[in-house]
Design a protein around this ligand. Structure first.
Ligand SMILES: [Zn+2]
Ligand SMILES: [Zn+2]
Length: 367
């Protein structure tokens, strides 16, 4: 085999880039000067009740192209403590963070899951400076300690059927108190394999940040079939730069969208941005004297878009409901009956959830 220095060199560069995740395209495009950062803010290892060492969490996140993970071991629940005694509750974070190379795409932040009965249930604090300082006899003191460290604090799985036998997320007076005192900043609307419409409504009513996390204990590949094209639930955060400070600020401001299976869940303003930045209609074309408008529809994102056309035209090849698969372009033939220079096509994005029973409506101008 002939040795080609340049192709060998570039192959090596590509391998290195893909190893550190730099070569991966983003899951979702953003407008110039912004990014949608992929995060998982709720994960476990053997340092609480997870099944793997922290290094596996870092390797999983690298392989899946994540920008940031938070190590959030249960503070009070330590079933492996006899085998892995560790008085330092920051240990899992320190091991994971110690693996991160300078300039690497993936970042790791410190966190804790304050693990209590309902109310308040399980509360995550991320951007924690010292997890040991969150250990208190009563749950309020732990949450206050997290806030004293300027942590971002959110309510985990409020719909968990171990705490809510009907699976319905609802606020207790304790939660209302935390919200009023600005001690609670977000809520999991998606946790592991569940989506809670009630939690989404609580987020919208109380100005809490909308979050989706894996809460992974085993392997993400087993839970979410990564090798078959699946993905863990992630929270995408809209930021100006990749710094931890920018991410934290955006979390407090509620600039998030959840990607869970095919669903995109978030506030209308953010979903509107994500859809218009990733689903693009080309310019209209007519063949000869025919009045059937052909337009290319490109989906530049990692999620499919499930569309329902709500206008008065009909299509030549499709029903009013169709899917534009991830990272692909389809052709749409619109029977406009006369040649139009510009056409407005109103759609409902069926997998873009803005509120319980509500999806995003967006009109694309084709010209
Ligand atoms: Zn929990
Ligand atoms: Zn958990």
């Amino acid at each position: 085999m002939k040795f080609n220095f340049f192709s060998t060199f570039f192959t090596l560069v590509l391998l290195l880039l893909s190893y550190f995740g730099q070569g991966q395209s983003p899951f979702f495009n953003a407008e110039a000067g912004y990014q949608w950062l992929s995060t998982d803010l709720h994960i476990h290892t053997v340092f609480s009740d997870g099944a793997v060492w922290p290094s596996i969490r870092v390797e999983e996140a690298r392989r899946e192209g994540l920008d940031l993970i938070a190590m959030t071991e249960h503070l009070e629940y330590q079933p492996h403590a006899k085998d892995i005694p560790h008085p330092d509750r920051n240990r899992s974070f320190k091991i994971a963070n110690g693996m991160i190379q300078k300039g690497e795409k993936l970042q790791v932040i410190n966190g804790s899951e304050i693990t209590r009965e309902m109310p308040p249930g399980h509360i995550n604090a991320v951007f924690v400076k010292d997890a040991n300082a969150l250990l208190h006899k009563d749950s309020l003191s732990g949450i206050q300690a997290a806030n004293e460290q300027e942590a971002f604090v959110f309510w985990n799985h409020p719909n968990w059927d171990a705490h809510r036998k009907d699976g319905i997320a609802r606020l207790e007076p304790f939660h209302n108190y935390l919200i009023e005192e600005k001690l609670l900043h977000g809520i999991e609307v998606v946790n592991e394999t569940t989506f809670s419409e009630e939690a989404l409504q609580i987020a919208l009513d109380n100005g809490l940040t909308i979050l989706g996390t894996s809460d992974i204990h085993g392997l993400t590949d087993w839970a979410h079939h990564i090798a078959q094209g699946g993905h863990r639930p992630m929270t995408f955060v809209y930021v100006k730069d990749k710094s931890k400070e920018a991410l934290k600020k955006a979390l407090f401001e509620g600039a998030t969208i959840i990607w869970f299976e095919d669903l995109l869940i978030g506030k209308k303003t953010h979903l509107e941005k994500l859809v218009s930045q990733n689903l693009k209609f080309g310019s209209p074309q007519y063949k000869g004297k025919k009045t059937i408008m052909e337009v290319e529809v490109s989906n530049e994102s990692a999620a499919p878009f499930h569309l329902e056309y709500t206008g008065s035209y009909s299509f030549h090849q499709r029903a009013s409901v169709f899917i534009v698969p991830a990272n692909s372009t389809i052709s749409l033939l619109v029977k406009t009956q006369q040649k139009e220079v510009s056409v407005a096509l109103p759609f409902r994005i069926l997998n873009a959830i803005t509120a319980p029973k509500k999806v995003l409506e967006h009109t694309f101008i084709v010209k």
